[in-house]
Design a protein around this ligand. Structure first.
Ligand SMILES: Nc1nc2c(ncn2[C@@H]2O[C@H](COP(=O)(O)OP(=O)(O)O)[C@@H](O)[C@H]2O)c(=O)[nH]1
Ligand SMILES: [Mg+2]
Length: 306
């Protein structure tokens, strides 16, 4: 093992937030340390962490809600990791949520660890990176990990698959977004959070959503549509209580294990591309033949002997 890997792993054990950041960067750079670090992480901690996905349209209040959740989790003495997946470019300041949290009351709290990831300007590998970040944070003592994504693009939806439990955040006035998402809503979301319930239209939105989610609710006997006012920290404790009950429910009936298995498959596939990409790019650029791309791709794969 390289001295760098050793030092990083020791830092993770010590709950050093800088070690977490460096370990995630080392894995993202896919250097020598990546495999060394990832294969030495504490599997029990990884198994037991709760990974919460927070998605929904821009402006619904995801970042505000995330901040409130962090505050309440910290009051419960939980160590929290946050992965903020941001669709904006890395250059134009992708780390909106990250910056915000750093600026807020959690800025100096060593038990709140934030990592931002931009979706634009990368060739994929988001699922792989985010999955690795989850494991590194868990192995460094984070008990709850929040992944905030904007629920619009495919890559963001892939990220949702890393979560044990997914919250969809909506707010009054997002009627068009809701119509567009209705079909996927049930499939993706375990909970529907009606945020901004201090403004007009929240009650109607709740009733609408309760109808959509009624079948799910019956299944687990756990309330699936919850109201919050993220700016006032209202409804957050109840939301967390309900999520915890659901967390126990999915553990006992095997749903969590199934979801983790699916996430592992998605991440593994992502890593296969990540690891092969440089070599494949090289091979493609060296090939002088100008045949059909589909044909060339198959030829290339055949030479790999897969
Ligand atoms: N009235 C009201 N405004 C809120 C609430 N939650 C968030 N907001 C505001 O809604 C705007 C968007 O919030 P933000 O968290 O950035 O949304 P995101 O794009 O989903 O992350 C901000 O101006 C927030 O202050 C709420 O519960 N009630
Ligand atoms: Mg946000």
């Amino acid at each position: 093992m390289t001295p760098k890997s050793k030092a990083l792993l020791a830092g993770l054990k010590d709950h050093d937030p800088r070690a977490i950041g460096r370990a995630i960067s080392a894995v993202e750079n896919n250097g020598m340390e990546a495999a060394e670090i990832l294969s030495a992480l504490d599997q029990d901690l990884i198994d037991n962490v709760l990974v919460l996905g927070i998605t929904g349209p821009p402006g619904a209040g995801k970042s505000t809600l995330t901040s409130s959740l962090i505050r309440t989790l910290r009051e419960q003495r939980k160590r929290v990791g946050i992965i903020a997946v941001d669709p904006s470019s890395p250059i134009s300041g992708g780390a909106i949520l990250g910056d915000r949290i750093r600026m807020m009351d959690h800025a100096l709290d060593p038990d709140v660890v934030v990592r931002s990831m931009a979706t634009r300007g990368r060739l994929g590998g988001l699922c792989a990176s985010a999955g690795a970040a989850v494991r590194i944070m868990a192995a460094s003592g984070c008990e709850v990990i929040l992944i905030e994504t904007v629920g619009v693009g495919q890559s963001e939806m892939d990220i949702v698959r890393l979560a044990d439990i997914t919250l969809m955040v909506l707010a009054p006035g997002f009627g068009d977004d809701i119509q567009a998402m209705k079909a996927g809503l049930l499939e993706v979301a375990d909970f529907l959070v009606v945020n901004k319930s201090d403004i007009a239209g929240a009650e109607a939105l709740c009733m609408d959503m309760e109808q959509i989610f009624s079948a799910k609710e019956e299944e687990s006997a756990i309330k699936r549509v919850l109201k919050t006012i993220a700016t006032d920290n209202a409804g957050i404790a109840e939301l967390l209580n309900t999520v915890n009950r659901f967390s126990s429910y999915i553990k006992t009936n095997g749903i969590k294990e199934k979801r983790r298995g699916r996430a592992l498959e998605a991440e593994t596939l992502d890593w296969v591309f990540e690891i092969l990409r440089p070599g494949l790019k090289q091979a493609i650029s060296e090939c002088s033949e100008r045949s059909d791309p589909r044909v060339r791709a198959q030829e290339l794969i055949d030479t790999l002997n897969l």
